[in-house]
Design a binder for this molecule. Structure first.
Ligand SMILES: *[C@@H]1O[C@H](CO)[C@@H](O)[C@H](O)[C@H]1NC(C)=O
Length: 187
């Protein structure tokens, strides 16, 4: 139990350090952020992800704001096995717009920062591992499957500022029939 508590405190300290240089959207409003999004951009430098770059599709996701300020995220992802649903649970931090996420797959805490959003068109989200910032992900979410060129440029500039390579900054095409139509109700 004690080690867990120490680990949690360390994780929190790291989150605080990380957030010292990237600030979330000012006056972040989770209610306005909730609802349907498409992940129209993904920048990810992990070498393990390189073979998947050309196969990536713009997944759809639904953000559910929970009463305690946490978030449930449901994503539909096209995989070789078909369209699969993945559920994620993001926990709030003391900073609005900053969340932590415990990855059961890699057994580590990741932090998620909604860096910039206007709620009705786009959101730029930064995700990285708390104990190892090497593989940062920047995602661009759009309320529609297409976003303006101006927004794409904003996302690219932000990803470059986080030291992601140009080749890793993707804008995948829409996922066909994933989720299978008719699309589940969004907001
Ligand atoms: C959020 O996700 C958890 C775990 O998957 C689930 O038990 C819970 O019912 C979800 N809550 C809402 C409001 O969707």
């Amino acid at each position: 139990m004690r080690t867990t508590a120490v680990a949690v405190v360390m994780a929190m300290l790291c989150v605080m350090m990380v957030h010292a240089d990237v600030k979330p959207q000012k006056d972040f409003n989770l209610q306005r952020f909730a609802g349907k999004w498409y992940r129209v951009g993904l920048a990810y430098d992990s070498p393990g992800f390189v073979p998947f770059r050309s196969k990536l599709k713009a997944s759809m996701g639904i953000v559910t704001a929970l009463p305690n300020g946490n978030v449930n995220l449901t994503m539909w992802e096209l995989t070789p096995a078909g369209c699969v649903t993945k559920m994620y649970h993001y926990e709030r931090t003391t900073v609005p717009g900053a969340f932590t996420y415990f990855s059961t797959r890699s057994n580590i805490v990741k932090d998620i920062t909604v860096v910039e959003t206007n709620y009705n068109e786009y959101a730029i989200v930064l995700k990285h591992k708390v104990f190892n910032r090497e593989y940062t992900q920047v995602a661009l979410y759009g309320r529609a499957q297409r976003v303006s060129n101006e927004i794409i440029q904003k996302y690219k500039a932000f990803a470059l500022s986080r030291h992601l390579s140009r080749e890793s900054i993707l804008t995948p095409p829409p996922a066909d029939n994933c989720p299978p139509s008719p699309t589940p109700a969004g907001r």
